[in-house]
Design a binder for this molecule. Structure first.
Ligand code: ADP
Length: 641
């Protein structure tokens, strides 16, 4: 075994690799960019080396600089993780040239699978079924159109150098082919510097089922399949193992095809052979086709670990260090069922728009494996993938594992940035998904029903009012004479002003809100509300309601409250503490509902504050550059004369 390895990556995968490496007694060297100096993966390592600026091209993609860091710190081997340099054959060659070991396949194996067209041709020769289609060299548009006609519509145009769904176009009929081809080629040229495409039969109701393989450079074995059919725009969202409806016969056929693929290129280490599967009925031995091979550890590898009991990173390190494969095919079996959900900082309702922000609070319930590269207080920066965590569960059956996934997501707490948690929790409760009817179109078809509805929640408002209102949580203290029995509490949540009046009594408090009265109980642990959990951080009081939603409350600045009381409605309040970056209006200016008034930078994110209604700006109570508290009055509107 190596005494020191360098991990050429960041985030959750760097933390994940460090965990196993250190458990094996191996010293871990981290590399980091300027913005990652305080990141979790640096804290998880024994030694860390700064390799440059925030942009990946200035740090995590600088192969020579990373190799130099390995040599300087006495590392014997480099683990690339996934993404960044993990599938870059030139990097593999440079690592070897420096006398270091690359923890992964050979340069030639990566090259063989690097382009989709060459990989398909190679797999055809190795007897692996490939999707019917054209992957030849002739890129003449008329020729390609002819091929599409021969394959039969619908067809899929794919960039040969593609990845992440880029340069891919579905074409339903011949009349649309020329335009789709031009746009796929244009996107491919920009994204990959290679405009070449291939044409494939489009499999309707497709499922994405992939096989985990592991090779020693000559022989390979497989660790069964993962179903990654729950996708949105060709990106995986929830993965599971084994695949629903899989039979032993089809599993054996897919496993053998995957092993043939790996052995055809002398594969060493962990890899994944991706197949597209006809999902119109149960999986068939003649109903799966090779799509591509990922020559690295995959994001969703933990579901395979959960059902096989194998630590894939441990195997990677052992095999790279020259040990034989730890087990034989016959020693491997499947126990139970596992799911993984990818938790991202993204705004699902806004079309899955990636988000940034400082994670004010992050916690996972007992019973889940949470692989994460961020901690409470860490930032999701705009420079890298906005993944917050992978939530992984295991159970004896698919139903039990899925129930654990739903409960695990509903019990997860993230505050400080918008995330897809509520969406994932709904997906885990989707009846079609529960029935195993998974295909890559499920999310798009049912998107409306999967969007969480984060409306006003009086129970959360009431709990926040007593907790932030300074009422004693200790039951004994509630009756001291200096405590007023009734108090007004003004709160702000997502820019919404809440005027609450709380009255203390023996059992707890009654909170009067706009919509009525809500009772908050006082238990031995303090204020409680069924189904709600509250966490206080520097930034705010965050209330979780078990749907994945987080509502963050702050007290309203009393001065702002007085202005608001004196002037009636029409006050734009600061939704959270922050810096006013810009003010777009001046006193006397007429505005329409929705017009931009100002920009607030808070929690490392810019928030645009807009006019709630038509009116005229009566007063601008702030200025660009001002630091403001939550609930501070910023702009007052009045009705047009
Ligand atoms: P990329 O490398 O860009 O991710 P892939 O070839 O891996 O592209 O395909 C990504 C996804 O696109 C698959 O998981 C599947 O959902 C869909 N897909 C790919 N090929 C086909 C096909 N022939 N028919 C239907 N869907 C396909």
């Amino acid at each position: 075994m190596f005494h020191t390895i360098l991990i050429a990556n960041r985030g959750e995968i760097a933390c994940r690799i460090a965990r196993t490496a250190r458990a094996l007694g191996c010293r871990v060297v981290a590399v980091y960019s300027d913005v990652d100096a305080g990141a979790a993966h640096v804290a998880a390592a024994d030694v860390a080396v700064n390799i440059g600026g925030a942009r990946p091209a200035d740090s995590y993609l600088r192969g020579e600089r990373i190799i130099q860091a390995a040599l300087e710190t006495g590392a014997q081997a480099i683990h690339p993780g996934y993404g960044f340099l993990s599938e870059n054959p030139d990097f593999v060659a440079a690592v070897a040239a420096a006398g270091l070991m690359f923890i992964g396949p050979s340069e030639s194996a990566i090259r063989a699978m690097g382009l989709k067209d060459a990989a398909k041709a190679l797999m055809e020769r190795a007897g692996v079924p490939v999707v019917p289609g054209y992957h030849g060299a002739d890129q003449d548009p008329a020729h390609l159109a002819g091929m599409a006609e021969m394959i039969g519509y619908p067809v899929l145009i794919k960039a040969v150098a593609g990845g992440g769904g880029k340069g891919m176009r579905l074409v339903e009929r011949a009349g649309d082919f020329a335009a789709a081809l031009a746009s796929a080629q244009g996107e491919a040229a920009t994204a990959f510097g290679n405009a070449n495409v291939l044409i494939e039969k489009y499999i309707t109701a497709p499922r994405h089922i992939e096989v985990q393989v592991f090779g020693d450079g000559t022989r390979a074995l497989h660790l069964f399949e993962r179903d990654c059919s729950l996708q949105r725009r060709h990106q995986k969202v929830i993965e599971e193992a084994p695949a629903p409806g899989m039979t032993d016969a089809v599993r054996a056929a897919m496993g053998q095809a995957a092993v043939r693929a790996a052995e055809a290129i002398g594969y060493k280490g962990a890899g994944t052979v991706e197949f597209i599967v006809d999902g119109s009925g149960p999986p068939r031995a003649d109903g799966f086709w090779f799509m591509e091979m990922n020559t690295r550890l995959q994001v969703e590898h933990p579901v395979t670990e959960a059902i096989t009991g194998v630590d894939l990173v441990e195997w990677q390190l052992r095999v790279a260090a020259g040990e034989p494969l730890p087990l034989a095919q016959g020693d491997l079996g499947i126990t139970g069922h596992a799911f993984e959900a990818r938790l991202y900082a993204e705004d699902v309702a806004a079309g899955f728009l990636p988000a940034t922000g400082r994670i004010a609070h992050l916690a996972f319930p007992a019973g889940v494996r949470a692989d994460t590269g961020v901690r409470s207080g860490d930032a999701i920066s705009p420079w890298y993938d906005p993944m917050v965590a992978k939530v992984i569960v295991h159970g004896p059956t698919r139903d039990i594992a899925l129930a654990r996934l739903a409960a695990g997501l509903e019990g997860t707490e993230v505050a400080g940035t918008v995330t897809n948690l509520g969406f994932l929790a709904r997906l885990a409760r989707h009846p079609g998904f529960a029935a195993g009817q998974v295909d890559t179109g499920l999310i798009a078809r049912d998107l409306a029903g999967l969007l969480p509805d984060i409306g006003v929640d009086p129970a959360s408002d009431a709990l926040a009012a007593v907790m932030l209102g300074g009422f004693p949580a200790d039951p004994g203290a509630g009756f001291t004479l200096w405590v007023p029995l009734e108090r007004r509490v003004d709160l702000v949540e997502s820019g919404r002003l809440i005027a609450a009046r709380a009255v203390l009594d023996d059992a707890g408090a009654t909170v009067r809100l706009d919509g009525g009265a809500v009772t908050v109980a006082r238990g031995p642990q303090g204020w409680t509300m069924p189904g709600r959990r509250a966490v206080l951080t520097d930034a705010a009081l965050h209330v979780f309601d078990g749907t994945g939603a987080c509502r963050s409350y702050a007290l309203v600045d009393p001065l702002a409250r007085d202005v608001a009381a004196g002037a009636g409605a029409g006050i734009t309040l600061s939704p959270m503490p922050g810096l006013v970056k810009a003010v777009f209006v001046t006193a006397g200016q007429a505005v329409a509902a929705g017009d931009r008034l100002a920009i607030l930078e808070a929690m490392k994110m810019e928030h645009t504050l807009t006019a709630a209604r038509d009116g005229v700006v009566a007063e601008v109570l702030t200025a660009a550059g001002a630091q403001v508290e939550a609930g501070a009055a910023l702009i007052r509107l009045e009705d047009a004369a």
